[in-house]
Design a protein around this ligand. Structure first.
Ligand code: HAM
Length: 422
């Protein structure tokens, strides 16, 4: 028999840790849902052209990391490497931007795929929760998103994360900077690949992690010094709103991000306990993306937080989430007759909204009680023939060990009273 393994760079979410992932997704999306963001879900794949145009023809994501393929019908598709282009495409396709006041605020949660070199924190299949606010140019919107991400991380109990903030300028000032940067970079001692990058995407060279490159970058022109008045004022306002909200950030002039669509505000959430894959989330403004994919002018801003890396960050900080046990009551029948009776008690409890599980498979009492313990249930219901003859079940409090007989007809109400659910 062959044994199958999850493909390289992927892993399975299985209980009990899978519950942590669900809790993280919930914690990240909760502040968004409370701030007017509506849920959006798009396909796991799109026309490859959407990402080529949206994310950028010269980015690593598009040139090296995309799972692109041709279908039997001849369509060129790609597994989504990120969510922003898809969400904007969906909003444009549904004309959401014409249906009410802007911005259109959307949140999403799902799987993304990048053919990267796998290592801790970097996977080929990973999960993000993201938010996009489409169609408004307002520094308060940029600030809102950063504040909501900060709130989500704090609610999870994370403390050792930092927010890096930068402005990438707009279509007025960035080209001027780009040229100045290119002039500077052309004078450096760089390998051929990097020299090519200088011509295609010079800002990405600033992000080169190699020490021999970084060493040469001291003295590189900074975008900060090239920002036009409008971008400067916009950025100042974002910074002030964050400060007023008590959200600490660090100015990082070198922050460029790996996607081409960004303009003005860009930011990254980094965690200090994660080694090289330290970005737990990132985002920014993308005022030109809609036009890049054939839509009208719709200045927008958003972020995506990596669920996998957020879980690693929790581990790094030693934070254990307070996850309530999923099962409140565990039923253990002793004998065939009791099985039938207790199974219908279980069904009744579940219909009444009580999370209940059952000792399946006819295990002995010992094995069944072990399962009851493992389930985390607060109450156990045990019944044998004698109990049934008396018309009762034994209700055991797993914490105190106290056990009382309860008439069959009153089980649901007594259990609800004990659990405080009525
Ligand atoms: P991104 O920075 O490429 O941005 O990804 C956001 C987050 O997803 C990263 O900070 C990281 O936590 C996680 N992530 C990315 N790649 C991997 C990987 N290979 N393995 C594990 N986690 C990963 C975006 O995707 C943009 N769409 C964000 C955005 C939304 N910008 C505007 N709106």
């Amino acid at each position: 028999m062959s044994t199958f393994q999850a493909p390289k760079g992927t892993y399975d979410l299985i209980p009990p840790t899978s519950a942590v992932y669900l809790a993280v997704r919930e914690a990240i999306s909760s502040p968004l849902r409370h701030a007017g963001y509506g849920y959006v879900e798009t396909p796991g794949f799109e026309n490859v052209e959407l990402f080529a145009r949206g994310v950028g023809e010269s980015t690593d994501i598009v040139t090296k990391e995309m799972y692109a393929f041709e279908t039997k019908g001849g369509d060129r598709l790609a597994l989504r490497p990120e969510g922003t282009a898809s969400v904007l495409r969906a909003a444009l396709e549904a004309n959401l931007h014409k249906q009410g006041a802007l911005p259109v605020k959307l949140w999403y949660s799902g799987s993304y795929y990048r053919y990267e070199r796998p290592q801790k924190g970097r996977y080929r299949h990973f999960s993000q929760v993201g938010a996009e606010a489409i169609g408004a140019e307002d520094p308060a919107l940029d600030a809102e998103l950063i504040i909501l991400a900060d709130q989500a991380y704090r609610a999870l109990g994370l403390r050792h994360f930092r927010i890096l903030l930068n402005s990438l300028g707009d279509k007025e000032c960035r080209p001027v900077y780009r040229e100045a940067l290119q002039d500077f970079l052309r004078g450096l001692d760089l390998d051929e690949d990097t020299r090519r990058r200088v011509e295609i995407n010079p800002l990405r060279v600033l992000d080169d992690k190699r020490a021999e490159v970084q060493k040469q970058l001291t003295g590189a022109p900074l975008l900060r010094d090239f920002l036009c008045d409008a971008c400067r004022a916009y950025h100042k306002e974002v910074r002030e709103l964050l400060t007023e909200a008590g959200v600490a950030f660090e100015d990082d002039e070198r922050l460029v991000r790996g996607l081409d669509y960004y303009t003005r505000t860009t930011f990254e959430f980094v965690h200090d306990g994660l080694g090289s894959q330290s970005a737990v989330g990132g985002g920014g403004r993308y005022d030109g993306l809609s036009e890049m994919i054939g839509g009208p002018e719709l200045p927008s801003v958003g972020w995506a937080l990596g669920v996998d890396r957020t879980v690693l960050a929790l581990e790094a900080e030693g934070v254990t989430l307070d996850l309530p046990a999923t099962t409140s009551v565990f039923a253990v029948p002793l004998g065939e007759e009791a099985r039938r009776v207790l199974f219908s008690v279980v069904t009744g409890l579940r219909r009444a909204g009580v999370a209940t599980d059952f000792a399946f498979g006819g295990r002995g009492l010992k094995g069944a009680m072990k399962a009851a313990n493992r389930s985390g249930a607060r109450l156990t219901i045990v019944a044998g023939e004698r109990d049934l003859a008396d018309g009762v079940v034994q209700l055991k409090d797993m914490e105190s060990g106290e056990q009382v007989p309860v008439p069959l007809s009153e089980v649901t109400s007594v259990v609800q009273a004990r659990l405080g659910t009525v």
